[in-house]
Design a protein around this ligand. Structure first.
Ligand SMILES: *[C@@H]1O[C@H](CO)[C@@H](O)[C@H](O)[C@H]1NC(C)=O
Ligand SMILES: *[C@@H]1O[C@H](CO)[C@@H](O)[C@H](O)[C@H]1NC(C)=O
Ligand SMILES: *[C@@H]1O[C@H](CO)[C@@H](O)[C@H](O)[C@H]1NC(C)=O
Length: 424
């Protein structure tokens, strides 16, 4: 199944650290003359109809954002593939650990080839920090982004509970991401210690040709969890971090989303949110019963594990007019639900909450691996489905005003091709 090629692919990427790449970029740029630069420029602006790349002549850490996310002029939509729970480096000291990562790269590669997204979201638990060593824990990052690097597809990350551990910190992962300044869109916009506010809290603006200002906003939140980096209690116990979005982040979100609307003189701006640990509304909904025709998907993690005490965060998302929030964390669930509006909330549109689909071979569970696809239109319409690693489509729905009462075929439950005796 081409595992050899994959291994070579990530070996190459892995050996290429960011400083290296930056130096060779500069070296090459110095050598080429103006005419080749103009050709390059033309290729850049005509070669990608999905995402417009503004040319940055001297890439440097000072201009971290040479990419402008834009709705495709031909289809007027933006397509996102969500890779959740990749769990690279899990069981790294066993024979099957590295095997799992090779399979994960195959899943990612085949989904990218089938779906050709404009953007990838790495929605938490990129690396299983529980198992990794201090000196090289973030090395896995080079491997896990190699399928996007190879295809020149930008990505944006949220970090999950397994990205925080004694031997790995989300600060260190972000540092690693900064080396990919031309493709990684991940940022830290909320200042404060990682333990207190998390790291991956930021937003991205989407543009459309002929429109001033952003036509949509993507919000990313850090739901923390896991263990504090290199810190123990006085008694030697490792320190557990709360698995929620910090209230300071919710405040930042409320303020920033208001400012964006004011700045662009808009009542509302269509927006999506991504956070690793699901909001508690998903647990409440599951307790009341997930209907296999109205919320098609697998529902095997019962009760699911959600954020606790996130009512203000949830209310803030809904009040700001976020249309859908996407989470991972529970590998055995991949349905979408309408979030019930609480009294006092503005009329407006319903908000939806969706699970992605477990993408990595690391992490518990035998469900067939896959990835949630999200197609967003500038009018705010959201179409979504799960693409499985075998090419099948599961749970294809429209998140519109009648989602929740519309009937869809029930999702088929499929499992990985791994032998039953294979260790996981
Ligand atoms: C962390 O890294 C250190 C040094 O490489 C190692 O001794 C230890 O076993 C690792 N794991 C944990 C959970 O501390
Ligand atoms: C990290 O180091 C350990 C121990 O030397 C090794 O087994 C593992 O493969 C290394 N991981 C990476 C990603 O290089
Ligand atoms: C929502 O989408 C479904 C599936 O395409 C469709 O049957 C339904 O009529 C749509 N509802 C509205 C309000 O557009």
């Amino acid at each position: 199944m081409g595992s050899f090629n994959q291994a070579e692919e990530y070996a190459q990427i892995g050996s290429n650290d960011s400083h290296h790449r930056r130096r060779s970029w500069r070296g090459r740029l110095r050598q080429i003359a103006l005419p080749s630069f103009l050709i390059l420029f033309l290729l850049f602006i005509t070669g990608h109809d999905h995402i417009f790349r503004t040319l940055t002549i001297w890439p440097s850490s000072a201009c971290k954002k040479p990419i402008k996310l834009q709705f495709s002029p031909s289809s007027s939509t933006l397509k996102i593939s969500i890779f959740e729970d990749l769990h690279f480096g899990e069981a790294e000291s066993t024979w099957w650990g590295p095997e799992q990562d090779i399979r994960t790269l195959q899943v990612m590669s085949s989904i990218l080839d089938m779906e050709s997204p404009d953007l990838v979201v790495l929605n938490g638990d990129l690396i299983t920090g529980d198992d990794t060593q201090l000196d090289n824990a973030t090395e896995y990052f080079d491997r896990l982004v190699s399928p996007m690097v190879k295809r020149n597809i930008p990505w944006a990350s949220t970090y999950g509970n397994h990205d925080n551990n004694f031997n790995i910190s989300t600060e260190a992962v972000l540092e690693k991401e900064r080396g990919y300044y031309s493709l990684s869109m991940t940022e830290k916009m909320v200042t404060g210690k990682a333990e207190d506010v998390g790291v991956s809290n930021y937003f991205l603006s989407l543009y459309q040709i002929g429109h001033e200002g952003p036509v949509a906003i993507l919000w990313f939140f850090d739901s923390r969890g896991g263990l504090a980096f290199q810190r123990t209690e006085k008694n030697g116990e490792k320190i557990q971090l709360p698995g929620t979005v910090d209230p300071a982040v919710t405040e930042w979100f409320v303020r920033t989303s208001r400012n964006l609307k004011r700045q662009h003189r808009r009542e509302s701006i269509p927006s999506l949110a991504f956070v690793h640990i699901p909001v508690s509304a998903m647990l409440t909904f599951q307790e009341a019963g997930v209907d296999k025709h109205r919320q098609p998907g697998i529902n095997d993690d019962v009760p699911l594990s959600s954020q606790v005490g996130d009512e203000e965060f949830l209310a803030a998302l809904s009040e700001a007019g976020v249309q859908a929030v996407f989470s991972g964390h529970d590998h055995g669930n991949d349905w979408c639900m309408p979030v019930e509006k609480k009294g006092g909330m503005e009329g407006g549109k319903t908000m939806f909450a969706c699970f992605g689909r477990h993408t990595g071979y690391g992490g518990y569970g035998h469900w067939m691996r896959g990835s949630r696809q999200v197609v967003l239109s500038p009018n705010g319409e959201i179409e979504t489905w799960v693409r499985l690693e075998n090419g099948d489509v599961s749970g294809h729905v429209m998140l519109n005003e009648t989602y929740g009462t519309d009937e869809y075929p029930a999702a088929k439950k499929a499992f990985t091709s791994l032998g039953a005796g294979e260790p996981r």
